[in-house]
Design a protein around this ligand. Sequence first.
Ligand SMILES: Cc1cc2nc3c(=O)[nH]c(=O)nc-3n(C[C@H](O)[C@H](O)[C@H](O)COP(=O)(O)OP(=O)(O)OC[C@H]3O[C@@H](n4cnc5c(N)ncnc54)[C@H](O)[C@@H]3O)c2cc1C
Ligand code: FES
Length: 269
Amino acid sequence: MRIVEVKAVKDENPNVRTLFFADDLCSSAKAGQFVMVWIPGVDEIPLTLSSIGSQSMDGFSSVTVAEVGEATRALKSMETGELIGVRGPFGNHFETISRSGRALVVGGGIGMASLMPLIDRLTMEGVETTVLLGVKSRRDLLFTERLSELSSRGGINLLVTTEDGTYGAKGLVTELAENVISSERFEIIYSCGPEAMMHKIFKIAEEHRIPAQLSLERIIRCAIGICGSCVLGPYRVCKDGPIFTSDQLRTVRDFGKFKRGFDGRKTPI
Ligand SMILES: Cc1cc2nc3c(=O)[nH]c(=O)nc-3n(C[C@H](O)[C@H](O)[C@H](O)COP(=O)(O)OP(=O)(O)OC[C@H]3O[C@@H](n4cnc5c(N)ncnc54)[C@H](O)[C@@H]3O)c2cc1C
Ligand code: FES
């Protein structure tokens, strides 16, 4: 584990904060990989890298945290100059496609964190990319400046849905995805968000015979494939994932249905 200083923070919305830091190993991470972040005196939790130093202007990597419990609350209240521990990067990564193909990226809420370095990479490689972002309400929008900048430069086609209709189209991002996929051709679909949402995206992708790469979450403790707390069918999310392909997910019966809690018992999703 390396101890790193928080170099800057950015509030994405009232519940989500991005923390920037300098770290050589994270700088050479691949899009979709995660790190274990130690919050001194509190806990160590898995978080995806929301930017990768080698791809960002200032050379900083970042994690973006949504407050859900004790550890995320402590991390979200951290300020510039405070120290955190970082292990990793761990896991596999999103595979990009050739620039002749078209990519659809579907993010739900904080799931967008995992997709941001992928979007950076796709635009750098000149892949025509449509990004669908779904949040509950206007106040939950995140990565607004980064996405608007990419959109205004023509790097991506950005479409937003809110469940209450306060921004963009009213409804679920899965409904928008269904419409977009029915009217345009994509070579690949990438997604990260609540598992119920990704399960729906997976089904739409299967109906249209489009390969998908989805980033899944399970309880992660060791992050190196030893403890077994992250099992998903025959896979360990920390080592074999967190990115899974349609070919893999077709055979995983728990996908979209059950996950295991800290005691190892299955609970419905
Ligand atoms: C690969 C991966 C990447 C993630 N990336 C992000 C991210 O970029 N941003 C973000 O905000 N969140 C991310 N998460 C979720 C984040 O790890 C949890 O929200 C966090 O661990 C909750 O801790 P807590 O103490 O605040 O809440 P708790 O009250 O301890 O837990 C709240 C819920 O969070 C989940 N959770 C708790 N501990 C873990 C754990 N060790 N591993 C996985 N899930 C856990 C459980 O579903 C639990 O019910 C990611 C999870 C995984 C597995
Ligand atoms: S977190 Fe220990 S095996 Fe995956």
